[in-house]
Design a protein around this ligand. Structure first.
Ligand code: AHM
Ligand code: MG
Length: 347
């Protein structure tokens, strides 16, 4: 059989585990490897959840679990399972002293734990579980300052202080995207190997994009800059092409597409909630960290998401993230909404 150049990678896959160890050698050759142990634990938890998602219908774990979470929403059985898996795996790996999960009211303090704190949404996009649409896990990792005891203060820090963040997408394929401070790296799960294998070492968000992503059903509640930006997407000035609307309603899927194809994903504040819906610690910050490290931007409308100082673990924030050019335009609309809107109307 003739072997083509494109076959070469197939017999020499780079696994996520190998990549984590290589990153440790490059970035911190004298480190004890504790972050590597933690990242490997997250990788195992994601594989567990992926396997549960794939057999959800067969194993009878779709539907409501009959309990509510801190946001007062119904929990799905898969939400409960994913949360349990993450908490158990993270506790057992011995590297964490503080855990914050979307599904748990209070932070979890681990006595005698390690130097790291993990904030996570174990299964995001839960309204999409029962109809087989993509869902995902989102996580962010902080390192505890050596002189600080384990407390909620370890995670009430701006996202810019994250040491790593990532997500796992349970979609038509299973993707893991992770950054330890450099460009996001993209892995896909090879089910026959049971391993995440490297797809792309460095994702770069295209500078501008042809897609906008927002829940248009809320348009009557939007503020002027959001309404104006969406209007410009549909009716571009000077004969440009309109952008396409794509909205899955699972942040992981919408952000993954934005990282790969460019464009902008938005969940703005509106006249009902002046914060928007998405949570800063385990949804906004990890995604903003990935997008900024990929050369894109993530703002709230009044500054970078990563500069926000959180006051509470479950607080929410407005978010606009994606291609630099598109987010620059949104920022300009927020900075001088009236002039910018007027200028566009005149053009
Ligand atoms: P969840 O954490 O309860 O799943 O909610 C978060 C999800 C995001 O994945 C998604 O971007 C958003 O909610 C969609 O909200 P909406 O249905 O209001 O458009
Ligand atoms: Mg969520």
């Amino acid at each position: 059989m003739v072997m083509h150049e494109s076959d070469i990678g197939r017999t020499d896959p780079i696994t996520l585990t190998q990549w984590i160890l290589t990153q440790q050698q490059i970035k911190a050759p004298n480190a004890r490897g504790n972050l590597s142990i933690l990242l490997n634990a997250i990788c195992v938890a994601c594989k567990y959840v992926e396997s549960a998602v794939r057999k959800a219908g067969l194993a009878g774990i779709l539907g409501l679990a009959g309990s509510g979470n801190v946001q007062g929403e119904d929990q799905k059985k898969l939400d409960v399972l994913a949360n349990e898996v993450f908490i158990n795996v993270l506790k057992r790996c011995g590297q964490c002293s503080v855990l914050v999960s979307e599904e748990i009211d209070e932070e979890i303090l681990i006595e005698g734990g390690g130097d790291y704190s993990v904030v996570f949404d174990p299964l995001d996009g839960s309204s999409n579980i029962d109809c087989g649409v993509s869902i995902g896990t989102i996580y962010g990792i902080f390192k505890k300052p050596a002189d600080e005891p384990a407390s909620v203060r370890n995670v009430l820090r701006p996202g810019r202080e994250l040491v790593a963040a990532g997500y796992c997408l349970y979609g038509s394929s299973c993707s893991m995207v992770i950054s330890v401070g450099g460009p996001p790296t993209h892995f896909t799960l090879d089910p026959s190997l049971g391993e995440f294998v490297l797809l792309s070492p460095a994702l770069h968000v295209p500078n501008s994009g042809k897609i906008y992503s927002i829940n248009e059903g809320n348009s009557v509640l939007w503020d002027a800059p959001t309404s104006q930006f969406v209007k410009e997407c549909k009716q571009p000035a000077k004969g440009g092409d309109p952008k396409s609307l794509r909205y899955v309603g699972s942040m992981v899927a919408d952000v993954h597409r934005t990282l790969l194809y460019g464009g902008v994903f938005m969940y703005p504040a509106d006249s009902k909630t002046n914060t928007g819906k998405l949570r800063l610690l385990y949804e906004g910050n990890p995604m903003a960290f990935l997008v900024e490290n990929g050369g894109g931007r993530a703002i709230t409308g009044s500054g970078p998401v990563l500069d926000l100082q959180p006051g509470k673990i479950h607080e929410r924030c407005p978010i606009f993230l994606g291609s630099k050019q598109d987010v620059d335009r949104i920022e300009a609309l927020y900075n001088g909404a009236a002039e910018a809107v007027h200028a566009v109307q005149q053009s």
